[in-house]
Design a protein around this ligand. Structure first.
Ligand SMILES: *Cc1c(COP(=O)(O)O)cnc(C)c1O
Length: 226
């Protein structure tokens, strides 16, 4: 079941890459394992999946403890409360959901000195939805410049959760905004960003068409969550 799902998702990524002339090696599959057990993650790992995304801090730390014999790259993709930044920066290699400078400053100053730099994506509220976290499009470049100057962090790119779109064309229009925003900011940064974290189970193809370098897939790999 899990093996079949993983294979199917990988095949969908590969065929989107082919269709939109992207290199497969430029699109990382991030398996979103929130609300799924350590045992399932272990199985996915044994099938070759090494990057996992988690949304809930305590749940993630418990699983990391269960799985500390594996070389997993852990990505934090959930909402961030300021008082949780210390644990986040202690336990993850990537954070995709940085939505304000203050959070980045704390992740930087609290990063343990024995760890490598923490990879950061800024979360952007691309469709300006009231219900969603993320920087406004017009705030992104200014924030990116400030984050890029912090020690212990490496600003990698931008992440978004677009509004629910029905058609491929609408999905692509949302993702194109993130792609354009990355290009605009890169023209102002000393070190360009290289990551577009966009695309989930329902809109992976559109995301790859618009340049996604990390797709975050939960349901299509692990099945529906309770
Ligand atoms: C849950 C989640 C995903 C995965 O969504 P699916 O639709 O299950 O693939 C991706 N990104 C974020 C930020 C999430 O919270």
């Amino acid at each position: 079941m899990l093996a079949d799902n993983l294979k199917l998702v990988q095949r969908n990524i590969d065929s989107a890459c082919e269709q939109y002339q992207r290199h497969q090696k430029d699109v990382l599959l991030l398996a979103v394992s929130k609300r799924k057990s350590s045992a399932l993650i272990r199985t996915a790992y044994s099938l070759g999946q090494h990057d996992f995304g988690e949304n809930y801090l305590q749940e993630a730390i418990d699983k990391q403890c269960d799985l500390n014999d594996l070389s997993i790259t852990w990505h934090y993709i959930g909402q961030i409360q300021s008082n949780k930044t210390r644990q986040i920066t202690e336990h993850f290699q990537w954070v995709h959901s940085v939505d304000r400078l203050k959070v980045a400053q704390r992740l930087s100053s609290q990063r343990p000195s024995h760890l490598d730099t923490l990879n950061i994506c800024l979360q952007v509220n691309i469709d300006a939805e009231i219900s969603k976290a993320g920087l406004k499009l017009e705030e992104v470049c200014e924030t990116a410049i400030a984050v890029s100057e912090l020690p212990n962090l490496r600003l990698r790119g931008l992440m978004a959760l677009p509004k629910a779109n029905d058609t491929l064309r609408e999905q692509r229009a949302s993702f194109a905004k993130l792609r354009d925003c990355l290009a605009t900011c890169n023209a102002q940064l000393n070190t360009p960003m290289d990551t577009l974290s966009m695309g989930m189970s329902g809109d992976l193809e559109a995301a790859i068409a618009e340049g996604a370098t990390i797709v975050r897939i939960g349901t299509a790999i692990f099945g529906a969550r309770d």
